[in-house]
Design a protein around this ligand. Structure first.
Ligand SMILES: *Cc1c(COP(=O)(O)O)cnc(C)c1O
Length: 514
């Protein structure tokens, strides 16, 4: 299996090159040269597999055994999901006969991004170890410097994905004093020497601008081999397809054979729900996927009108909501869906034509801020997805309603956006449809919104009902953080250079192998 860019398919990359490159040089996103069909006996052979064994079978459809052998892949997967607290990795919770929750937050940082970033960190380490093992002694080892900005949530999942990894260092910039105390503590109390937190006196946008400028600085980028781990990385999408299958196998035997199964996904950059789309295109029998957005609703507007339009939002900038991990202006992974829509709308499965179409659409988005898709393309998009927008007030009301329901469930604000959208979407579903709402964060990570929704709910006690043991005492633990007194790229460069120099060159050190 090889990969090419949504904007041009002349160059084919291996899985390794795809994962290490991230964004294609032409600005496109990498996609597989074809979507593998499921093995003919998938339903019987996969139905009782553990999460890890299922992951190996699904991932190996996308990764050539010549690149990563089955035994190596099994070891990588095992290491990635052993860090999860729940034996099922992504367990289901039942709310009622028609509604289930798929809990994706049993990983080290209590957020769904762990599912993908635990694997990505191990893949980085594996590829570097293999490249370095081929070098002769005295040759410089290959290293990666991961740099990212966070407004709180994603930074910790990235740090936990890369902590302690050989030949990789990670620098995460956050706006000083503007991330929640729990999130700040999650990031800064990690003791591993390859983890560096930079508290920048400035805003999240300042942090993001600095990271972009670092990547654009060719000399600096080449010297330090900068790597990004943002949500467009193909390995992240691939890792996330597994739980759609896993949930299907847990749930299907309990349902009437004819009941359609629908996943509803709280959506920001469109990575999580896109993984469900790949699962469906591979052949997993699912109803239309539900896309749930907050007030940053470019996707909900697209499914209403057929126009992908950033203008509405950019007039006001990103809207700050109670579900901050979904506060986006454009959805970076949406381009991958656009490619498949272009393909399905083109004659004869012409992949070259699909790339040309995506190129034209993305150029329009760049120059005009919007693109209006043909009615036939919108019809294709509506065949596979349904989208709803949810306000902050509805989010709070939904948290409260589920806390007071029987059985009670405490949803974080992102999950609540999914639950609220699912209710609206259900009105148009065939009545037998069973919905699975993806739960993307533990409620303790977003204590402010949860407390705001529940402070006067009878019997609510945050410390007793919500706070996990792992968070207790976290705020008192020793922190490692570098203060950056101004949002200045030169100051950030100096921090990265200082740590790079302090790193002893591990030229002849034994390399970890997986
Ligand atoms: C990242 C994130 C999302 C959005 O996922 P996408 O793949 O960007 O659509 C939703 N909820 C939480 C808690 C997240 O961290």
């Amino acid at each position: 299996m090889r990969y090419f860019s949504t904007r041009g398919n002349d160059q084919l990359l291996s899985f390794e090159e795809t994962v290490l490159t991230g964004l294609a040089p032409d600005g496109g996103l990498y996609i597989p040269e074809h979507i593998p069909a499921l093995p003919s006996d998938w339903e019987t052979t996969w139905k009782d597999l553990s999460f890890a064994d299922l992951a190996v079978d699904i991932l190996s459809l996308y990764i050539s055994p010549l690149e990563i052998s089955r035994a190596e892949l099994a070891a990588l997967v095992d290491r990635s999901y052993r860090s999860f607290r729940h034996p099922e990795v992504t367990p289901l919770a039942k709310l009622d006969d028609k509604t289930y929750i798929l809990e994706l937050w049993h990983g080290p940082t209590f957020a769904f991004k762990d599912v993908a970033l635990q694997l990505l960190g191990n893949l980085f380490e594996f590829f570097l170890a293999r490249r370095n093992a081929r070098k002769t002694s005295g040759e410089q080892p290959e290293t990666l410097t991961v740099v990212g900005a966070t407004s709180g949530d994603t930074g910790s999942a990235a740090i936990y994905g890369l902590r302690g990894k050989e030949n990789v260092s990670i620098f995460i910039l956050h706006p000083k004093g503007r991330v929640s105390p729990i999130q700040e503590a999650q990031m800064t109390t990690v003791p591993d020497a390859n983890v560096h937190n930079l508290a920048v006196h400035g805003t999240f946008d300042d942090c993001q601008d600095i990271v972009k400028a670092l990547f654009a600085d060719r000399t600096f980028n080449a010297t330090h081999r900068l790597a990004a781990i943002n949500s467009i990385n193909w390995a992240r999408i691939l890792a996330q397809t597994v739980y759609y299958f896993y949930a299907y196998f847990r749930l299907r035997p309990q349902l009437p054979p004819t009941a359609p199964l629908q996943f509803v996904v709280p959506t920001g950059n469109f990575g999580d729900v896109l993984a469900g789309y790949y699962a469906r295109r591979m052949g997993l029998p699912l109803a239309r996927l539900g896309v749930a957005t907050n007030a940053n609703d470019i996707l909900a507007r697209f499914w209403r009108s057929g126009a992908y339009d950033r203008l509405d939002a950019s007039a006001a900038g990103v809207r700050e909501t109670l579900s901050p991990a979904m506060d986006i202006l454009v959805s970076s992974n949406f381009e991958r869906l656009l490619w498949y829509l272009a393909l399905d709308g083109a004659a004869d499965n012409d992949t070259r034509a699909a790339c040309a179409t995506v190129n034209a659409w993305m150029r329009a988005v760049k120059t005009d801020g919007r693109v209006e898709l043909p009615a036939a393309v919108l019809a294709l998009a509506r065949r596979d997805f349904v989208a709803e927008r949810v306000s902050d007030d509805e989010t709070l009301a939904t948290i409260r309603a589920h806390f007071c329901a029987v059985p009670p469930y405490t949803a974080d604000p992102h999950t609540a956006v999914g639950l609220a959208a699912a209710r609206t979407i259900a009105r148009e579903n065939p009545p037998a449809t069973v919905q699975v709402v993806l739960s993307t964060a533990h409620p303790a990570k977003f204590s402010e919104a949860v407390t705001r929704a529940l402070h006067d709910a009878p019997g609510f006690d945050f410390a007793r009902d919500v706070l996990p043991d792992e968070f207790r005492g976290l705020l008192e633990r020793e922190k490692r953080v570098v203060d950056v007194p101004a949002p200045d790229i030169e100051l950030v460069k100096r921090v990265i250079e200082r740590f790079a120099e302090a790193q002893p060159a591990p030229a002849d050190a034994p390399l970890a192998s997986v």
